[in-house]
Structures are given as C-alpha cells and as structure tokens.
Write a protein that binds this ligand. Structure first.
Ligand code: AMP
Ligand code: MG
Length: 299
C-alpha cells in the first residue's frame, strides 16, 4: 500500500497480528490500483467492454464509494481514476497535462458511468477510459474492518495505524485518563514531524492534505487531490485536514469533502456532522480546530 502499517496490542496475541497481516496482504491483492491482477485493475481494464465479477468486499467498498460520490458530486469522486493517472502525482510520470488532455479525461469521470449489479456482484464501467480509484477511502475501509475483527477476537485496546490513517480502540493503558494521543503531521515537514498532538477517547483519525504527493513546476504547486469539475488539483486555503470520527471510512470521505470546501465551509460542515471533530491547517500555516478538541501545539 506504499506505506508503513503498524498494529499495537496490549496483550500477547501473535495469531491476531498474523491474521491482520494476512487480511492486508489479501486486501492489497484485491484492491491495488497498480497491480495488473487486482480486481480493481480488471474492472478498469474492462471499461467499455464488459462487467467484471468481484469479491463481496470489493463490491461492498465500491458500492459505498459510489454512494458517497453521488452525495458529494463536485468533490469526492470514486471515478476520478483517469485524472489521477493523467497527472500521476507522486509517481515517476508526474507532469502538468495540457488543457486538451484534461478536457478529454473530464468526460470519463462521470459517476453515472459506474453500473453495479448487486445480485451478480458485478461492476461495469460503461465507457472506455473510465477507471475506479479507491485511494481516498480504501485505508479507512480496511481500518474499520480490522477494528471490527479485533473486537470480535476479544481485543479491547489497540492502535491500528495504516500509514497515518489511525484507529484507536478502547483505552490507552499507558495514560492516566486512558485517552489516546494522536500526533498531527506538519504538512510542510517530512513525515513524522508533528505540529501538535490531540488527546481523545477511541476514534478514527484520518488526514488529507497537500503535504506528501505534490510537485512544483515553474513555482506553481500541484498536489494529488483533483477536482472532478475542473480536472486540476484543488486550489484553496486548505493545506491539510484531519477528521476525528467514529468510523474511518466516514472520516476519509469527510476529509476529502472538507478539503474541497475550504477552511470556513469545511469547519461548518464538520460542525454540522454529529460526533465528528477536525483540525485544519491553512496554506498559511494556521491551525484551526473545531470546538471540544484537547489539542496541544508543539512550541
Ligand atoms: P487521501 O490521501 O485519503 O486524501 O486520498 C488521496 C487520493 O485519493 C489520491 O492520491 C487519489 O488516488 C484519490 N483522489 C484524488 N482526487 C480525488 C477525488 N476528488 N475524489 C476521490 N478520490 C480522489
Ligand atoms: Mg482519505
């Protein structure tokens, strides 16, 4: 998955660790957007040709992603694949495409082009050139699944960290008040350098931002969150947003949608959503919290 994953338990259950590891190896095989044999790749390679039969997990995640894409039509879009591949940001092929190329790809990101057949577990991309991209939500989905399984196996306290997509379970046995501490990445610094930390009970913490996959051409800055309306990386006042929520897939979607909304409207959106809080970092480097968060800035 292109990142470092860690699972922290507070009891000696090696079999649980092995099973979670196997789950993730299997998930990567099914969901990868880079592996030619994954189910996602088969769907994309069959665009405009034929429906593809998929496993229940792949169908389930695509179905949810389509639902969110319809709910937030100008921001979150699981059919964004053609534009993501065109820009290729964070990979060796990254470049600024021509306006003509972008215009052509914009036609291929219509969510109505995804046809789901629930009884047959089939996914069909109706037009050639379409491609599903689950990069914005897959890790949240995996984290939720792992959290669910851990609880079933009787694990009460844990940290699931899928490369910055964090889910905490139960109580922090190392803290007096049992809250968890989660560091917030500084979007201007290298991974692991935090701008502060937040203390809170078990929840999911998911971050979207411009800090990691990006490049500059002639002083112009480009990053990996692409507008399905313009075909260009979103240009607004947000550098990064971290969403704290009960479910991680919800956090993923909300992080993307709040990113698109901008600092002011993004904060409004979070306030209107029950049981959710957020930390925004503006492009100017200011930190904006929604109320009720116990946040300590690093001096
Ligand atoms: P995240 O790190 O969770 O914010 O996800 C970023 C990834 O989501 C990108 O690298 C793309 O693979 C994908 N993506 C880019 N733009 C969008 C969009 N508008 N809607 C959904 N996914 C996107
Ligand atoms: Mg995300």
């Amino acid at each position: 998955m292109g990142t470092i994953i860690s699972l922290t338990l507070f009891q000696n259950r090696p079999q649980v660790v092995t099973t979670v590891y196997q789950y993730l190896v299997d998930a990567e095989k099914k969901f990868s957007a880079n592996n030619d044999n994954s189910e996602i790749m088969r769907i994309n390679q069959s665009a405009g040709i034929r429906p593809v039969s998929v496993s229940p997990a792949v169908f389930d995640l695509i179905k949810r992603a389509v639902m969110y894409s319809k709910k937030f039509p100008n921001s979150f879009n699981v059919a964004i694949g053609p534009l993501v591949k065109l820009w290729d940001i964070g990979f060796s092929g990254q470049r600024v495409p021509s306006a003509t190329e972008i215009r052509q790809k914009l036609k291929a990101v219509a969510i109505t082009g995804i046809e789901l057949n629930e009884s047959q577990l089939q996914v069909y991309l109706k037009y050639p050139g379409m491609a599903i991209d689950l990069g914005a939500i897959a890790k949240g989905y995996f984290a939720d699944q792992i959290a669910f399984q851990l609880k079933r196996w009787g694990i009460k306290d844990a940290i699931i960290d899928l490369g910055g997509n964090v889910v905490t379970l139960g109580h922090n046995q190392l803290a007096k008040n049992s809250d968890w501490q989660i560091g917030i990445q500084d979007p201007k610094k290298t991974r692991g350098e935090i701008l502060g930390k937040v203390q809170l009970p078990a929840c999911s913490a998911v971050t979207s931002g411009i800090g990691e996959r990006n490049f500059k051409v002639r002083d112009k800055f480009y990053h990996h969150i692409i507008s399905p309306r313009t075909g260009y990386p979103v240009e607004n006042d947000v550098a990064q947003v971290t969403i704290f929520s009960p479910s991680s897939i919800q956090g993923e979607v909300l992080a993307t949608v709040a990113f698109f909304a901008g600092i002011t409207a993004g904060q409004q959106l979070v306030k209107q959503t029950p049981n959710v809080a957020a930390i925004f970092v503006t492009r100017a480097g200011e930190i904006k919290l929604t109320s009720g968060l116990n946040f300590k800035k690093i001096a």
